[in-house]
Design a binder for this molecule. Sequence first.
Ligand SMILES: Cc1cc2nc3c(=O)[nH]c(=O)nc-3n(C[C@H](O)[C@H](O)[C@H](O)COP(=O)(O)OP(=O)(O)OC[C@H]3O[C@@H](n4cnc5c(N)ncnc54)[C@H](O)[C@@H]3O)c2cc1C
Length: 416
Amino acid sequence: MDFEFAAEHEGFRKELRDWLAKNLSADLCLDDASDDRVASDRETFERRRAWQRVMHAAGWVGITWPREYGGRDAGLIERVIWDEEYTAARAPVLPGNMGLNLVGPTLIHWGTDAQKRRHLPAILNADEIWCQGFSEPGAGSDLASLRTRAEDTGDHFIINGQKIWTSGGHIADWGILLARTDPGVPKHKGISCFLFNMRQPGVEVRPLKQITGSSEFNEVFMTNARAERNDLIGRLGQGWEIAQTTLGFERGGNSMARVTRYASAFDHLVEASKKLSRGGRPLLDDPVVRAKLGRVYAEMEVQRYAALRVLSALQKGDSPGAASSITKLSYSEFEKRYYELCLEILGPYGQVTDGGLEETTLDVDSSSGVRSSWAYAFLWARAGTIYSGSSEIQKNVIGERVLGLPKEIRADRVKA
Ligand SMILES: Cc1cc2nc3c(=O)[nH]c(=O)nc-3n(C[C@H](O)[C@H](O)[C@H](O)COP(=O)(O)OP(=O)(O)OC[C@H]3O[C@@H](n4cnc5c(N)ncnc54)[C@H](O)[C@@H]3O)c2cc1C
C-alpha cells in the first residue's frame, strides 16, 4: 500500500490550501479544528451562507458532482484532500451540507431532468437549505417501519405523519421525505420518496433541545401537507431503494477529515498539558498523563490507517461493503473515549476553555448551556454512535455479514 498522494493530487491540495488562505477570513474560522459545530447553528448561519456562495463562485463546493451539474468531476482522493484541507483551515461547516452531500448526489442519481434543473443549482449556491426526513418515533434503526402516509390524489399527494431527529429542519426550505404510499404490501415495498416543501401550511417544526444545550434537531409534524406529483423521486414504491442511495452517501463519510480533527485536538491537548499544572508540576510531567496521551495517540494513528485502507479499497474500485461497519464502529467509539480523556486531563479547565487555553469562552449558540469546545465535543461524541446505524446495529452487521454468525432473532420475527 502506498501512503503518498500523487503529484497531481498534491497540486490540487496546494491550490485549495492557497485559495483558503487567501479567501477565508479569520472571523469565520472555528476556534480550533476539533470544533465540529453543526451546519444548522443559527447565529452564524447567514455569514456561512455567504461563505458557501463565495466558495461556489470559485468552484469549491460540490466538487465530486459532474461538471454538467455545476461540480468539477473530482474523484474520491480530491474529495478526501478537500475535507482534510477544509478541516485543517478551521473553515466553518457549510450550511448547505445536507444538500451538497446527501440530497444533491441522490437527485443526480435518481432525479428527473426537471428536478435536477430546479434544485441542483440552488443547493450549490445555498439558495435552498435541505433536511432529511427519514426517522420517526418507532422507525429509526428499523426505518422500514415508518408510518407517515402519502395519499395519492392524482395530481398531488397529501402527507400526514411525524418525523423526528430532523437535523436542520428549523432552517430547511426543502426536505427529502420518506412516506408510506401503500400499506398493503411488505413494509419495504410500500414506501416512496419525495422532495418536500418544508415552508408550507400543514408543516410544523418543533426544535428539540440536546444534551449540549443547543437545538439542531427537530420534530416535524405534517398535517394534510402537500407534495406535488412531480416531486416524487423515482417511481411510486421505490422509496426504500432510493433511501439506500442517500444513506450510502451519508455512511461514505469523511473519515480522513475526522482524523485531521482528532490530530488538531491532540496538539491542543498536549499544549494544554504543558501549561496546566497539578501539585506544582506541569501535567505533561505526570507519568500517568503521558501514558494516557501515548495510548490515545496510538489509537489515533490506527484510525488514520484504517481510514486510508478504506480509501485505498475504494480507489481500486473495491467496495468495503459490510467491513465499513468495522470502521464506523471503531471511529465512533474511539471518539467517545478520546474526548473523555481530554476532559479527564484538562479537569475543570475542560469546562471553560476552548481549543488552546485562551481566556475567552465561546458561545456555541445563544441558547446553549455549553461554553467550551472541549465539553461540547465530549457531549457531541455520543451522536456518532447513533446516527448512520448505531453501534449495536454495526455489531449485528459485523456478526452476520463479516463473521458469518447466525442472524439475530428479532422480537417482531418471533411467533407468539
Ligand atoms: C446526530 C444525529 C443526527 C440525526 N439526523 C437525522 C436526520 O437529519 N434525519 C433523520 O431522518 N434522522 C436523523 N437522525 C436519526 C437517526 O437516524 C436515528 O437516531 C438512528 O437511526 C437510530 O434510531 P432511533 O434513535 O430511533 O433508535 P432505536 O432504533 O429506537 O434504537 C434504540 C436503541 O436500541 C438499539 N437497537 C435498535 N435495534 C437493535 C437491534 N436490532 N439489535 C440491537 N440493538 C438494537 C440501538 O442501538 C439503540 O441503542 C439523527 C441522529 C443523530 C444522533
